[in-house]
Design a binder for this molecule. Structure first.
Ligand SMILES: NC(=O)c1ccc[n+]([C@@H]2O[C@H](COP(=O)([O-])OP(=O)(O)OC[C@H]3O[C@@H](n4cnc5c(N)ncnc54)[C@H](O)[C@@H]3O)[C@@H](O)[C@H]2O)c1
Ligand SMILES: O=C(O)C[C@H](O)C(=O)O
Ligand SMILES: [Mn+2]
Length: 554
């Protein structure tokens, strides 16, 4: 008697449509004649049996035939909904081309049009603040008995830089998970996107008869936090070996939620910690090129919100590891928000901002420091990070003023999507006569300037969170701590050839699968070294290799 694998046993219990309509089981025209006989699929497909390569060729031709990036995205999502293996087999061959479409920036267009474009819930879980009693059933139903090892959850209050998008924001969770699998090899049957629908303050959605979410204002305070608590309790009960990734929560909740859980479960906030990692990695890459020391940098955060303060705290940690006291390190930061430069007596400071305020007495013109240009003139920053959601705010005069006081200005306009970026890479290169060390939130083309080809690193947390998450899951991490985060930030070093003129500050997305694996191994090793692994693990490298999913039919 031939021993069936678990998958084969599972398949034997299903009817034809349960197999063909299950994207985790479906192979489409690649089901062989024998499989079709054994699984009751005979006659349910055209007779020609195709290889996955033939299917991939056909799918890519279809993708190319779509006229716009949004149409291309809709096709890819339909393929994803039909057959995960084929989708990722195709994406593996076109990661650089597909990332901007399944993820940032085109995901922004699909979020804005979610209700008009809705076709399929894509195996997401839709938690509602109005039905806390349904939370456990919601997660259980959406998981369909699968062994969930990774959850990306959003309440969509701060989608990219576009603000509150209610239930539409579930697309960001789906997109983030697609990058996890494409970059690091997370098994797509082991992930769960989750929307926490707490209502929305987006009046356009509330007035839209097509809106599919809870049609009321966003809920805040105790009732909201009770829903979050119930969600985390149910998530941990149902998926005890999972990593919980928080995404695009609002500025008043993101850090509060992270602080509530970060020491208790395996979890992280991508906008805070994922972005902190990629920006520190980018700054370290820039300093590798300029040969300057991080201890000599003056860092201006423009947009001192969830990401801005997450970045500042990761750099603060680095400065203290370099031997500075907290008080000494604090002298390197200038946080600028709507009020201008943040002082210790500025009104409406968030808890995270308070760690990075300055004294008015340090400046003769403190009361004038209410806009970015005035602050740049007063401070002469050497590093300027844009997480402000305010497009075009890194103006030519501001950039030239900055570049007049430092040889290699480090300038990262990170606001997403494209329309919100503080500056374009080519302008920054031009305005600084090729001296700027640039990273942008969305992919940027090479910049040709005075005979040098400048490669622009993508300062996006997608370069780090897949390797981080994979390493945490593979090592069965109990928690993520500062030591592991720091190890991850340093893992990307040495990949870029900094001797080349125009070298990028971060490795190219074309190498994301390689460096995500390196990251995962470094993270797993850090977890094991600190004895933070739940299961006994002898080799971090082997644990990562054993867990890697490959998009081939079983
Ligand atoms: N590249 C990346 O990997 C990455 C990661 C996270 C966030 N981001 C981007 O950063 C931006 C902010 O994201 P977030 O999650 O921190 O949002 P957030 O709402 O928490 O922070 C935005 C901050 O900008 C401030 N701001 C708004 N208008 C301003 C102005 N005119 N002048 C100065 N400050 C102003 C807000 O007060 C707030 O503090 C978004 O565009 C997001 O897409 C990029
Ligand atoms: O989603 C992205 O592209 C990065 C980041 O998480 C953001 O919110 O902008
Ligand atoms: Mn985000």
């Amino acid at each position: 008697m031939v021993k069936l694998t678990q998958t084969e046993e599972l398949l034997m219990t299903k009817t034809a449509d349960q197999i063909l309509n299950n994207p985790f089981l479906n192979k489409g025209t690649a089901f062989t004649k024998a499989e079709r006989q054994a699984l009751g699929l005979t006659g349910t497909l055209p007779s020609q049996v195709q290889t996955i390569e033939e299917q991939t060729t056909q799918a890519y031709a279809q993708f190319q035939s779509k006229p716009t990036r949004l149409e291309k995205r809709i096709f890819l999502m339909n393929l994803f909904n039909e057959n995960r293996t084929l989708f990722y087999h195709l994406m593996d061959q076109h990661v650089v081309e597909f990332m901007p479409i399944v993820y940032d920036p085109v995901v922004a267009d699909s979020i804005e049009q979610y209700n008009e474009l809705f076709l399929d819930p894509q195996n997401a879980a839709f938690v509602s603040v109005d039905a806390p009693e349904d939370i456990e059933a919601t997660l259980k139903n959406a998981a369909t008995g699968r062994d969930i090892r990774l959850v990306v959850v959003t309440d969509a209050e701060g989608i990219l830089g576009m603000g509150d998008w209610g239930v539409n924001g579930v697309d960001i969770a789906v997109g983030k998970l697609m990058v996890y699998t494409a970059a690091a090899g997370i098994d797509p049957s082991q992930v769960l996107p989750v929307s926490i629908d707490a209502g929305t303050n987006n009046q356009k959605l509330l007035d839209d008869p097509l809106y599919l979410g809870n049609r009321h204002k966003r809920i805040y305070g105790d009732r909201y936090y009770e829903t979050i608590d119930k969600f985390v309790a149910a998530e941990q009960k149902l998926f005890p070996d999972s990593l919980l990734h928080w995404e695009d929560f609002g500025r008043s909740n993101a850090q509060v939620i992270l602080d509530q859980y970060k020491d208790k479960i395996a979890t992280f906030n991508d906008d805070i910690q994922g972005t902190g990692m990629v920006v520190l990695a980018g700054i370290l890459g820039a300093l590798n090129i300029s040969k300057e020391s991080i201890k000599d940098q003056k860092i201006l955060s423009f947009g001192a919100g969830t990401a801005g303060m997450g970045i500042a705290s990761q750099i603060m940690d680095e400065l203290m590891q370099a031997g500075l006291t907290e008080a000494e390190a604090k002298q390197h930061f200038y946080a600028v928000d709507k009020q201008g430069l943040l002082f210790d007596d500025t009104e409406d400071l968030t808890p995270a901002q308070k760690a990075f305020t300055r004294q008015r007495s340090e400046f003769s013109n403190a009361d004038e420091l209410t806009n970015l240009e005035a602050v740049v003139k007063a401070v002469h920053p050497t590093v300027m990070i844009g997480t402000s959601t305010q497009p075009g705010t890194f103006t030519e005069s501001i950039i030239k003023e900055m570049a007049a006081h430092t040889d290699r200005p480090i300038i990262f306009p990170l606001s997403n999507p494209t329309k919100l970026a503080e500056a374009k890479a080519e302008d920054l290169i031009k305005w600084t006569d090729g001296r700027a060390l640039v990273a942008t939130g969305i992919p940027a083309d090479d910049v040709e300037y005075k005979g040098v080809t400048y490669q622009i690193g993508q300062g996006n947390n997608a370069l780090m969170y897949p390797g981080l998450g994979f390493g945490l899951i593979a090592s069965t991490a109990k928690v993520l701590n500062a030591e592991t985060l720091s190890a991850a930030c340093h893992a990307l070093g040495g990949i870029v050839d900094t001797s080349k003129p125009g070298a990028a500050v971060l490795p190219p997305v074309s190498k994301i699968t390689e460096f995500s694996q390196t990251l995962a191994e470094v993270v797993a090793q850090s977890v094991i070294d600190q004895k933070l692994n739940k299961e006994p693990i002898t080799s971090a490298k082997q644990a990562v290799a054993d867990m890697k999913w490959v998009p081939e039919y079983k």
